[in-house]
Ligand binder design. Structure first.
Ligand SMILES: [Zn+2]
Length: 347
């Protein structure tokens, strides 16, 4: 088989004058980190790869579930139970093209974001939680990297492209995250694919524009906050401004970068699942084959595949990742989960 001709593949994009051959070449040189590859992140990754972005790194801590399939476009029934990042990578590889897709089944926190973002010139928000978004904002403002905020609930969502120093950061617009339980979530209010697709499309367009535009011309990109409701067909484009009093991009305080080690066991909202991370703040690594052998010797039924170990114990389903993180399904209580983690994985 002859090598594919990428110039021919991207003919219609190159004909789009605002992108052109120079913009397309910049896309193919670009390196982007997509944080989370569920609904928004999966749709973002699909668009980035189809558009020919050269290096796309995906990071996601979760596994595919049945209820993801109506809106998480990279997954099929056969992926259920597999790490999302790896299932996404498999789907994206079938598209072909010049993109190199890297997949990491990891939890993102202040300890590892710098490593995960190594070499990336832009970060894209495909997360489902505010803590990670405020962490990304601190990180990107501190480093002077652009990132694109996106969020969806129900049929509506928000997009805010953030270019540090040239426009507002997340905390200029939303100074503090609301307390837990203050906002509807996809688990309480539901969510539909058209809303996800629309918000991801706006995020991806902003990303392509930033990547295709030389840095010295980023000041031409308007700092807009976009609100969109695909059910009621309502949209608002608000001109967002920098807040000179902003604790992040003004005073350059980055508290979320210092939040290491918090939330070692967190209940995943509405999921009857708790995520447990190893303590001590250190980056741990689990010897999964050794753990599998130990559990098997104790009579547990298990599956070790795709870099994750799955087994059931005490009526709970455990999924253990190489970074020693575990998802424990079948309970809500973090302390109980921590105890089970220590019992089955502990030292
Ligand atoms: Zn700010």
């Amino acid at each position: 088989m002859s090598a594919p001709n990428f110039d021919a593949r991207f003919d219609r994009q190159v004909r789009f004058a605002a992108l052109g051959a120079a913009g397309q070449a910049r896309l193919e040189q670009a390196s982007v980190l997509v944080v989370g590859c569920g609904a928004l992140g999966g749709s973002l990754a699909l668009q980035l790869v189809r558009s020919g972005v050269g290096h796309v790194r995906l990071v996601d801590r979760d596994v595919v579930e049945l209820t993801n399939l109506p809106r998480q476009v990279l997954f099929e029934e056969r992926h259920i139970g597999r790490p999302k990042a790896l299932a996404a990578q498999e789907t994206l590889a079938r598209i072909g093209g010049p993109s190199r897709v890297e997949a990491l089944a990891e939890h993102v926190d202040a300890d590892n974001l710098a490593e995960l973002a190594r070499g990336a010139q832009l970060l894209l928000d495909g997360t489902d939680n505010l803590a990670t978004r405020y962490l990304i904002n601190d990180f990107c403002v501190e480093r002077g990297l652009p990132w694109i905020y996106g969020g969806v609930v129900g049929a509506a969502g928000l997009v805010l492209p953030i270019v540090p120093q040239l426009g507002p950061c997340l905390r200029c617009v939303f100074p503090e995250p609301p307390p837990p339980g203050a906002l509807p979530t996809c688990d309480t209010a539901g969510v539909i694919l058209p809303a996800v697709a629309a918000i991801a499309a706006l995020q991806c367009a902003a990303a392509l524009r930033l990547v295709a535009t030389p840095r010295e011309r980023w000041s031409e990109i308007e700092p807009h906050l976009i609100e969109l409701d695909v059910w009621r067909l309502e949209s608002r484009v608000l001109s967002a401004a920098r807040d000179p009093e902003c604790p992040c991009c003004g005073a350059r305080e980055f508290p979320y970068l210092d939040a290491s080690g918090e939330g070692l066991a967190i209940s995943l909202c509405g999921r009857n699942t708790v995520q447990v991370r190893p303590g001590g703040g250190a980056r741990a690594a689990a010897d999964l084959p050794a753990l599998a052998a130990r559990l098997e010797a104790s009579g547990f039924e298990l599956v070790l595949a795709d870099g994750v170990l799955r087994f059931s114990a005490e009526g709970k389903r455990f999924t253990v990742f190489r970074d020693a993180r575990a998802l424990i399904e079948g309970l809500e209580d973090p302390a109980r989960a921590r105890a089970l983690y220590d019992r089955f994985l502990g030292s």
